[in-house]
Design a protein around this ligand. Structure first.
Ligand code: NAD
Length: 263
């Protein structure tokens, strides 16, 4: 497989290079944030995205939400598939991703590890069983001090899974950023809290708390190599598929395949 790595100088970019090479893939090159391009020292060429996409079967993107719209615009004019792991994407930026998926195969996931995707499946099931009026759902996440978006993409996905299980949408019931005299918890709310510190790769917990008991699901990622392994597996799965916006739950067979827009 010919692979291009967007954001090759980043933490995930470096991990992806190591894993792609270890698996015997051809790492064509990578893109850099124009602001940090001068500091790049590596044997893998830094290329512009049009050039890189033109030579790659798949590009893997763990960069920054602000880059997503431009990536979508450029990639939709080529043939390379797009594995997208960047989080913190706004609704407007997401529309650009969806537009690109009408022309190329895109697999987007806020968390490429198997464990948390399984956790989401279980969260959806528990939420469908435990009444929202009596079991308060709260999600706590902790990540390294450099993380720029909150709540984390995975925390939001966990919240969406709970909302789906309860037959509602996260937008309708989300409570985050509680501070000061913010009032009592709304019945049926899904609450979020974000902690930051050190080099924590990713910790998530979801609790359902009633008057007499508490059920907690938790997940800790110790090494970002689990995300890179999932992204590499996603790249191999995606190459050759028709245009569409695919989810990691389909790749992992955690839910039935959805209908995709096809050209
Ligand atoms: P990082 O800051 O170490 O790396 C990001 C890299 O992208 C940096 O080198 C930055 O200079 C570069 N970059 C920014 N804008 C760019 C542009 N326009 N073109 C090319 N490169 C650009 O961060 P990270 O820890 O590697 O995480 C990157 C992203 O991936 C974040 O959004 C993070 O939340 C997300 N992430 C997702 C998963 C997942 O499983 N989906 C796992 C880990 C991280």
């Amino acid at each position: 497989m010919r692979v291009g790595i967007l954001g090759i100088a980043g933490r995930m970019g470096q991990e992806l290079v190591a894993q792609a090479r270890a698996a015997g893939h051809d790492v064509i090159g990578g893109t850099l944030n124009p602001a940090s391009a001068r500091a790049y020292r590596n044997d893998i060429p830094a290329l512009g995205l049009p050039d890189l996409a033109g030579q790659s079967d798949v590009v893997i993107d763990f960069t920054h939400a602000d880059a997503v719209a431009e990536h979508a615009r450029i990639l939709s004019t080529g043939r390379a598939a797009w594995v997208l792991g960047t989080t913190g994407i706004s609704p407007e930026q997401q529309l650009q991703v969806e537009a690109a998926s009408h022309r190329i195969a895109v697999l987007q996931a806020a968390h490429f590890g198997l464990g948390i995707n399984l956790l989401m499946t279980v969260a959806r099931q528990l939420a469908a069983i435990l009444p929202a009026e009596t079991y308060d759902a709260e999600i706590v996440e902790m990540h390294h001090r450099q993380k720029v978006d909150a709540p984390s993409g995975s925390a939001l996905l966990l919240g969406q899974a709970v909302a789906e299980g309860r037959g509602t949408t996260l937008a309708a019931v989300m409570e985050s950023g509680r501070d000061g005299h913010c009032g009592a918890r709304a019945t049926g709310a899904i609450g979020f809290a974000s902690l930051r510190g050190g080099q924590i790769v990713g910790e998530h917990s979801l609790s359902f708390t009633a008057l007499g008991e508490q059920i907690t699901l938790s997940h800790r990622a110790f090494d970002r190599n689990i995300f890179a392994a999932g992204a590499m597996r996603a790249a191999a799965w995606l190459v050759g598929r028709p245009p569409g916006l695919y989810g990691i739950d389909e790749m992992l067979d955690l839910r039935p395949a959805r209908e995709h827009d096809r050209q």
